[in-house]
Design a protein around this ligand. Structure first.
Ligand code: TYD
Length: 234
């Protein structure tokens, strides 16, 4: 169970050519998904702390972002000043950030046998760009083949809050601490509802990998629910 099918051997280099051969890694790759303001980031940090307390080596990353180059791409993506970004440019930039993260951080950590926790991954592109922006699942799958080369999470925790609660939480957070990373929070409620629906369709389609956790519960209860699922993998 703790093997990732990945398509090119990680090396010290941060760029490499695409290789269709498959190698096995001994690490464990877990992603957190959910609407903005679902509380998934807090839960990911809590899970990391638990795993470290058990002596495991954990790499935490958050997308868009991760290594410095990916963080630069993040600034373009989330800056509310960039309202003219076209949907195609947007999806390419999310995958550009991801390709850098996969090559530079995620694959090397998995090959060292570590646990990688990622706050969002390809599923976010599927639901936000594929469904939210109506680019379609095929476009996302094609880019995934290039950027991730077969790397898929072993387990995905979908921290579930509905679109209304998500927008209210995200906007309250932005009001309390104003910042410029609000480009997607500024989208309509219809957009966020499409995203929520797409997450649930994904969970129905891939019940073995995608586990839904109730994000409306209190933080400690959510942490326990997450641990009940993850402890079977470690
Ligand atoms: P961020 O500030 O990291 O918020 P969150 O805590 O909700 O993850 O913002 C990331 C935003 O980028 C979020 O609105 C979802 C969006 N996103 C995509 O649209 N596609 C993607 O592939 C990823 C990774 C994120």
């Amino acid at each position: 169970m703790n093997t990732a099918s990945i398509a090119s051997k990680a090396s010290e280099k941060t760029t490499r050519s695409i290789d269709s051969s498959t190698v096995k890694s001994s690490g464990l790759f877990i992603t957190f998904e959910g609407m903005d303001g679902s509380g998934k980031t807090t839960q990911m940090h809590r899970l990391a702390a638990r795993l470290r307390a058990l002596g495991r080596t954990v790499l935490e990353t958050a997308e868009p972002g991760g290594p410095p180059v990916a963080m630069q791409i993040r600034r373009i993506l989330l800056d509310s000043a960039n309202s003219e970004l076209s949907p195609t440019t947007e999806v390419l930039l999310y995958f550009a950030s991801r390709a850098q993260n996969v090559d530079q951080w995620i694959l090397p950590a998995l090959e060292r046998g570590e646990i990688v926790l990622s706050d969002r991954f390809t599923d976010s592109s599927l639901v936000y760009q594929g469904m939210g922006r109506n680019l379609g699942a095929e476009t996302v799958a094609a880019l995934e083949r290039i950027a991730c080369r077969g790397l898929k999470p072993h387990l995905t925790l979908l921290v579930d809050v509905d679109a209304e609660a998500s927008l209210a939480r995200a906007r309250a957070r932005n009001a309390a601490a104003p910042h410029c990373e609000t480009r997607l929070d500024d989208e309509s409620i219809e957009f966020h509802k499409r995203v929520w629906q797409a997450y649930h369709e994904l969970a129905r389609r891939e019940p073995e990998r995608v586990k839904v956790v109730d994000g409306r519960a209190d933080l400690d209860s959510i942490e326990r629910a997450v641990w009940e699922i993850v402890s079977a993998y470690v």
